[in-house]
Design a binder for this molecule. Structure first.
Ligand code: PRP
Length: 190
C-alpha cells in the first residue's frame, strides 16, 4: 500500500487488506471456473458503480482459469448519498444485449439488505437467462437473513458502514484499494 495517500488519514481502521482481496478474488475465480467448466457464452454482469473494481479484477482472474466470458454492465441505485438503503431500486443503465439463453453471473461488490439483488435476479430471470448466479465479494449480516441465493461469497463483513474497493461514501473513497471504516469526523464535515 502506498504510504501517505490522501485517504489514509480518513480511515479509522482497515477491515480487509489489498492482499486479502487479491487472494480471495483468485479463490472465487477458481471456484467459478471449476463450476462453469467449458460453458459457452458466459456473461458477467457487473452492477455499477460499486462493483467496477471487483469486476475488473475478478474477470481477469477468471480469464486465467475459466471459460471465455463476455462483460456486461448495469447501473442500478438503491442508496442515496446516505449510509443506509432506501429500498428503492432504479435502473440507471440497462444491459446492452439480449441475455436469453445465456448463463449469467452477476458480479456484485456487496450484498447488504439484499434489496438490489433480489430485484436484479427477478429482472434477469424475466429476460430468459439460462441461469443466473451471483458472486459477491462482501456480504453483511442482514443479507444472510433474507433468502437471497448468493452462490459465491468472498467475505462476511460486520454491519458497519465501510468504504473502499468500489464502496463509496457520498461518491468518494471508491478508489481506496482496501476496505475500511471511516473516522466519525468524516461524516460531520461540511
Ligand atoms: C450498493 C452496492 C449494491 C447495493 C447493495 O450499490 O453496490 O449494489 O448497494 O445493497 P443492498 O443489498 O442493501 O441492496 P449502490 O446502490 O450504493 O450504488 P453504487 O454501487 O453506485 O454505489
Amino acid at each position: 500500500m502506498a504510504e501517505g495517500s490522501w485517504y489514509d488519514a480518513d480511515i479509522a481502521r482497515v477491515i480487509i487488506s489489498e492482499d486479502e482481496i487479491r487472494e480471495k478474488t483468485d479463490e472465487l475465480a477458481k471456484q467459478v471456473a471449476a463450476d462453469y467448466g467449458d460453458t459457452e457464452g458466459l456473461l458477467l454482469v457487473c452492477v455499477l458503480k460499486g462493483a467496477a473494481m471487483f469486476m475488473a479484477d475478478f474477470a481477469r482472474a477468471l480469464g486465467r482459469y475459466g471459460p471465455p466470458a463476455e462483460l456486461e454492465f448495469m447501473a442500478v441505485s438503491s442508496y442515496g448519498e446516505g449510509t443506509t438503503s432506501s429500498g428503492v431500486v432504479r435502473i440507471l443503465k440497462d444491459l446492452d444485449r439480449d441475455i436469453a439463453g445465456h448463463k449469467v453471473l452477476v458480479v456484485e461488490d456487496i450484498v447488504d439488505s439484499g434489496l438490489t439483488l433480489s430485484w436484479l435476479l427477478k429482472y434477469l430471470e424475466s429476460r430468459s437467462a439460462a441461469s443466473v448466479e451471483v458472486v459477491a465479494l462482501f456480504r453483511k449480516p442482514e443479507a444472510v437473513k433474507v433468502n437471497i441465493p448468493v452462490r459465491y461469497v468472498g467475505f462476511e463483513i460486520p454491519n458497519e458502514f465501510v468504504v473502499g474497493y468500489g464502496l463509496d461514501y457520498a461518491e468518494r473513497y471508491r478508489e481506496v484499494p482496501y476496505v475500511g471504516v471511516l473516522k466519525p469526523e468524516v461524516y460531520t464535515r461540511g
